[in-house]
Ligand binder design. Structure first.
Ligand code: CTP
Length: 397
């Protein structure tokens, strides 16, 4: 069944050029069966008129907190109670700052304080504003309070620049809104995820590592949480926010990651190894910085523990999902790894293709299990992560 059917979506529109896309969003949410009511900030009305949203939503648009006529109809507390989801798209830097401060100085911010429904923000702003320390701080504050973030995406911006800060496209916003109400396919399950690279020290200032950004693993952790699981994320050194509701343990080396996984693995139902764990580490770490006296330098390396193989050898073992980064014969090598490591599922990607995989926002996965497979075509990692979690949930039952 369509998860948005009959749902009450309170769509908040704040000031930004992406406000014009919110008009299309109203249509698509209604197409999906939702009942939509729109609240606009003063800034939003400089970009789109309330009449547009009134026509598209077929309901009066709410703009003022202290409007006696509106309060006599559906007042702000009733609106806050009516909502099954408050979705703010676009969410401007100013609006996010006001939410972070818990202000109630206009209708939309007051509704966010007054509602018990989940709140989701679709940020849209210039990339420098998105990266600004004040915005970063406000984002982590609202996330800690359980407000969901849909995006932003990276790409070309209305101001002519390119970077992170673009509002997600309407179809993805509709999908994310549906995700809030989707069947909780992993409710009651415990999921352990590894993500990111590891760093293997050479001396006090140098290390061996790889280009993994951790994005895929963080997206998988977030998708598993959204599907109702209790999620622990063991993260190598990455610059990423912890997904809301996920327990995060930070580690540096493969040995640290192995210890953290061993510590957390008891009672785990699903283990998802997305980390790019170093296969080798220096056999000895120099206690002082190595000086460049010799003409050549050799490092002796030793194998690290294979964390995934170790977990897959447990008895009883969790449902084990591995990742495989390959440059050729992707399915062949992945199938071999599936059997060799005793896995239940493997998600393989072709890292020789430009623009996907390591260090990028997008990926494409070939998912294999003992008697089947599925191709997940190129998409944002958040989208793929939800598809992968759905496949895991299916195989699990
Ligand atoms: N993995 C792990 N611990 C390691 C190494 C890898 O848990 N020490 C996990 C990764 O998280 C990933 C999978 O194993 O899920 C990758 O398998 P691996 O055989 O290490 O892949 P490659 O390094 O690409 O192996 P190969 O050299 O055989 O291609």
């Amino acid at each position: 069944m369509n998860p948005l059917l009959g749902k009450h979506i309170l769509l908040g529109v704040s000031g930004g050029i992406a406000a014009y896309k919110a008009a299309e969003l109203v249509r698509r949410l209604r197409d999906a069966g939702a009942d939509v009511r729109v609240v606009m900030t003063r800034g939003a009305q400089a970009f789109v008129t309330p009449l547009t949203f009134q026509a598209l939503s077929t309901h009066p648009v709410h703009t003022d907190l202290l409007d006696p006529a509106a309060e006599a109809g559906m007042g702000h507390i009733e609106l806050a109670r009516w909502a099954d989801l408050v979705l703010i798209a676009p969410a401007s830097a100013n609006l996010i700052a006001r939410l972070a401060q818990g202000r109630g100085d206009d209708l939309l911010s007051t509704l966010c304080l007054a509602t018990e429904a989940p709140i989701a923000l679709a940020p849209a702003m210039n990339r420098v504003m998105w990266a600004d320390a004040a915005t970063r701080h406000n984002i982590s504050t609202v996330r800690e309070r359980g407000i969901r973030l849909f995006g932003p995406a990276e790409g070309e911006q209305a101001c002519g620049e390119t970077g992170a800060g673009r509002m997600l496209e309407v179809p993805e916003l509709v999908e994310r809104a549906a995700g809030v109400f989707a069947h909780q396919a992993l409710a009651g399950r415990r999921v352990l995820v590894t993500a990111g690279p590891t760093r293997e020290a050479i001396d006090p200032v140098r290390y061996l590592s790889n280009r993994s950004s951790g994005r895929m693993g963080f997206a998988v952790a977030e998708a598993a949480r959204e599907a109702g699981a209790a999620v622990t994320l063991i993260a190598g050194p990455v610059h990423l926010h912890t997904p809301p509701g996920v327990k995060r343990v930070d580690v540096i080396s493969a040995a640290d990651m192995f210890a953290a996984v061993s510590n957390a693995v008891a009672n785990t139902d699903i283990f998802i190894a997305s980390a790019a764990v170093a296969d080798y580490r220096p056999a000895a770490i120099a206690s002082d910085k190595i000086k460049k006296t010799a003409r050549t330098l050799s490092l002796e390396l030793e194998r690290t523990e294979d964390i995934l193989a170790h977990v897959a050898a447990r008895d009883p073992k969790p449902f084990c999902v591995g990742f495989a980064a390959e440059t050729r014969d992707v399915a062949g090598y992945a199938r071999d790894k599936l059997a060799r490591k005793g896995l239940d599922m493997i998600a393989a990607n072709d890292v020789s293709q430009p623009g996907i995989g390591f260090d990028s926002e997008e990926n494409a996965l070939q998912v294999l299990w003992a008697d089947g497979e599925a191709a997940l075509p190129r998409a944002r990692k958040s989208v793929l992560a939800r598809q992968l979690v759905a496949l895991i949930a299916e195989r699990l039952t």
